[in-house]
Design a protein around this ligand. Structure first.
Ligand SMILES: NC(=O)c1ccc[n+]([C@@H]2O[C@H](COP(=O)([O-])OP(=O)(O)OC[C@H]3O[C@@H](n4cnc5c(N)ncnc54)[C@H](OP(=O)(O)O)[C@@H]3O)[C@@H](O)[C@H]2O)c1
Length: 95
């Protein structure tokens, strides 16, 4: 087992438990940390909403997630302006 105060083993996304029944909304989900997070949640069964500014980039991210997990429940929600980025969340659909 791991020792105290010393990283003896790396945590990986394989350890993320079942996320079925949960809905997650992820901003910045078309690249980087946001995309990787969205992908893992989708692969674990969560309903994932990619909240992004650029529709082309978010559609591409959605396609990449579906390509790896064809049964993933993923959709996109376009954020119209960074200054109003939280407002569209109120119109997010029910899962
Ligand atoms: N990567 C790392 O190792 C690391 C480590 C520590 C901290 N961080 C921090 O974590 C955050 C994400 O990093 P990342 O590497 O994943 O970056 P990234 O690949 O550049 O992704 C940034 C994401 O945020 C979106 N975004 C940027 N500005 C926005 C705004 N004003 N309103 C709405 N969406 C916006 C981008 O969307 P668009 O496509 O529309 O631009 C993109 O989807 C950054 O703040 C970074 O400084 C990263």
């Amino acid at each position: 087992m791991g020792g105290h105060g010393t990283a003896t083993r790396r945590w990986t996304s394989a350890e993320v438990p079942d996320q079925r029944g949960r809905t997650v909304v992820i901003t910045g989900a078309n690249s980087g940390l946001g995309f990787e997070t969205a992908q893992v949640f989708a692969q674990r069964g969560a309903t994932v909403v990619l909240a992004c500014r650029n529709p082309d980039r978010s559609a591409d991210a959605e396609a990449r997630i579906i390509a790896k997990a064809p049964t993933a429940k993923v959709s996109t929600l376009q954020l119209r302006h960074p200054a109003a980025s939280l407002l569209p969340l109120r119109a997010a659909p029910e899962p």
